[in-house]
Structures are given as structure tokens and as C-alpha cells.
Design a protein around this ligand. Sequence first.
Ligand SMILES: C[S@@+](CC[C@H](N)C(=O)[O-])C[C@H]1O[C@@H](n2cnc3c(N)ncnc32)[C@H](O)[C@@H]1O
Length: 460
Amino acid sequence: MTELNHQNYLIGIRKKTVLEEKSVEKESIDLIVTSPPYNVGIDYGSNEDNLIYKDYLNFSQIWLKNCYVWTKNTGRLCLNIPLDKNKNGKNSVYVDITTIAKKVGWKYQTTIIWNEQNISKRTAWGSWLSASAPCIISPVEVIVVFYKNEWKKIQLGESDITREEFIEWTNGLWTFNGENSKKVNHPTPFPRELPKRCIKLFSFLGNTVLDPFSGSGTTLIETINNQRYALGLEIDEQYIFNSKIRIAKECYFNNTIPSKEKFVTMLDYIINISKKNKSAEIYYKIFGKNWGKNITSASNFVKKSWEKIEFDNILTKNYRGTLFEYLIIICLYSKKILPFYQQAKIGFVPNVNYDIVFYNSKGYPITLSIKTSLRERYKQADLEGSSLKNVHRRAKNYLITLDKKEYKKIKEKIERSDVGGLDEIILADTQEFDKLLDKLAKMNFIKTESIEIIKGKIIE
Ligand SMILES: C[S@@+](CC[C@H](N)C(=O)[O-])C[C@H]1O[C@@H](n2cnc3c(N)ncnc32)[C@H](O)[C@@H]1O
């Protein structure tokens, strides 16, 4: 089970199918907000979205039934689906799925029309300016609202919806734009506004909300940020990974001041995504869940963490390096200095793995060379920086270390221009490091386009 457990509101994202009843505990869910695959041939990575319509309806029947079993007596289901399906023949998806939902036990409450305002997709007119066979496309989707047994909740909880929201959202015509799929790394995300409205309208604070097709994690983000417990099912490993990163960013790092919770949660998060990594295991043993109390700055976080690592003194050299790199990554995340590449190669620079690489939107890389101790090893960082600068003249290379002894000597060398590959040496447990992070946070980093190293006709 891929569970992320921490003191916040994420119960977990399970790599499980919605088609198995045992994927979720019976009668444990207060609200389901979801959007199933639309069966329109979207490439979801792990699953086919191209069933014949009859099979699609069978698939719908199984998961709607499971959701029914997982829901509490007063539980509800908000189902975002299209009105019609126009690919490979016309089908009345809304009507058919509503019928199936009722067949498996769901009681029908209402339908909200989501006016997506997306009319740019329009290409097919059928018979243009003729009554022969005109094609109608409705630029809307629906959110069908069902409940299990009782619509009215007798056991009341605390609602957090405002007067304005209540008045606006109980009007069943909702108008807001869709989500940009590139932005969230998923082919068919819905916008955050959709689950946000459903969650605040139909559930109380502290309720449990499930998205059985969690995709990029949109429902989970709104659930967590609105103080309800979030559970997701998703079969695609890559989407689970992406959604964890999105949740970490949107829920725990949505301002730039690192605080206690953010460091702690990030620690948990890194440990969870790298479960198979021995260093992460050791890290977890050393710090436990509550590590990070009273920590106010990135340098202080590094300092305190490292003091503890030194004190426990159980690390072999190899792990010390990796753990130091984790600490730096946690700080970068907490300050939202993203995106960056970890252990990355740079095109045309031979045989070097850079610890951290940012790609500046102005068109050059910035690398961090992360080394706990230095001695002669600064030479390696210098060489790596020089190779980089041969290819990218404006590139910057910062050496981040904890080695106080060597620091002074190398700093002088840099000032005298004795080393060409290093722009600065920074002690990670001092304010210098906070300053570097502030500087990086002001820059704009982007993903690079993939480059083909050799182009041309190949003769073998
Ligand atoms: C329409 S998308 C949901 C998008 C989501 N609402 C969002 O905002 O990102 C449907 C998702 O269901 C997943 N999926 C498909 N079949 C599944 C199954 N049997 N069990 C669980 N997830 C499944 C797909 O991988 C896809 O990510």
C-alpha cells in the first residue's frame, strides 16, 4: 500500500484499482468526488481508455457499486462526466451512467452543469448550413450528485462554506475554466474549483473524501487544504508520483517561509517516495516523525539535522553524502526553488553527474556541488564547474559544504581566481546558505527541452 502517513490530512494514495472492492474499507467514506476515464482514447499510461461502449458501461457498473459499498450511510458522490460521447458513434454518457448508478443503489439528488467555456475545440459541424445532419456540441460537462441512503445528515458537523459561496454554488450552473494539463502533468485533470466547491458544499470539516480516480491529485489537494481527510486510488505509478509532488507543493509549501510543519512533512515525503533507498531508511531512523521542531530557517534546519547525525554517529561515509544532499533538497523544496534536476548529466559535458542542476530561463544552467567534507575534493567540483563553463559560458557552479576547515582556504582561492570552475563556496549551516536560497528563489527556472546529441544520417 502506498500510504503517506503524517499528522496532516492525507490518508494515502493507494496504487489500487477501483475495480476491487477490497481497495477501500467498507462504509468509511463521507464524500466521493471524482471523474472517471471518459473512454475517449486518452493515453493514460497504464490503462486503456478505448473500450467498446458496452464494456465501458460494465466497467462503470463495477466501480460505481464499489464506491457505494465504501460510502457511509449518509455519504455522497459527486460524479464529473460528459453529457455525450461523440467519438466512435454518439452515446448518451450522462444518461447511461446515471441509470447505472441508480441501478447499483445510489439515489439521485441533482445535476450541476459545469460551463467549461471551452468552445475552441470546435471543428466538426456535420452538414454545414444544412438540416441534413448538423452536429451539436455542448461545451459543458455535468456533475451528477448522488447519495447512499439519506440526503439529510442528522449528525451535524462543522461547515466552512461562506454565505457568498453558498448562494453562488447552490445555483446549479457553474462557470469556470478547465485545467491546463501540461501544468499538472496529467492528460485530463479537472480544475481545483470543481472539487473545492463539491467538498465545501457537501461535506463537513474533518470528513473523509475519496477520489477513486485520483489522477494528478486535484481532489486530494482541495480536500487537504480544506481540512478534510483525503484518500486516493490510482493505478498509474507515474501519476501517483507526480501527484505526491504536486500535493507536497500545493498543500505544504504554498508559501515561501519554511516553517516547522513544512520541513517535517517534506522529510516524511522524501522518505516515502524513496522507500527502497537505504539512506532514506536510516534518515528516518535518526529523525523520526517529529523532527524539525523550532526550526526557522534553511541553514538552521541543516545545522540541527547535521548535529543530530553527527551525534548519533551511525552513518557510514556513503550515506552521509546522500543524506546531506537530501537536506539541501528539502530546503530547495521548502523555498519552492523548482524545478531542478538531481544527479543529472548535461548535454555535451562528458562523464559528469551534477548533484543539482537548475536551468535558468535566460538559457544557462546553475549547478550545486554538494560535499560534506572537502580536502582535495574541491578539485573535483572545480573540474566539473570548468567543464560546464566550457559548454555554457554563463553557467554558475556553487560548492555547498559543511567543511569549515577547508572553507576558508577555498574561499581565498576563489577570490584570487585560482579556481575557475567555482563561483562561490557556501557553508550550508550558516546564513550564507539562506542568502543563496533567496537569490535562487528570485530566478526563474524551467525544464530544458530534450536535445538530440547527434543529428544526421547514420552509416553503420
Ligand atoms: C479522468 S482521470 C482523473 C483526473 C483527475 N480528476 C485529476 O484532476 O487529475 C482518470 C484517472 O483514472 C485512472 N484510472 C483508470 N482506471 C483506473 C482504475 N481501474 N482504478 C484506479 N484508477 C484508474 C487513470 O490512470 C487516470 O489518472
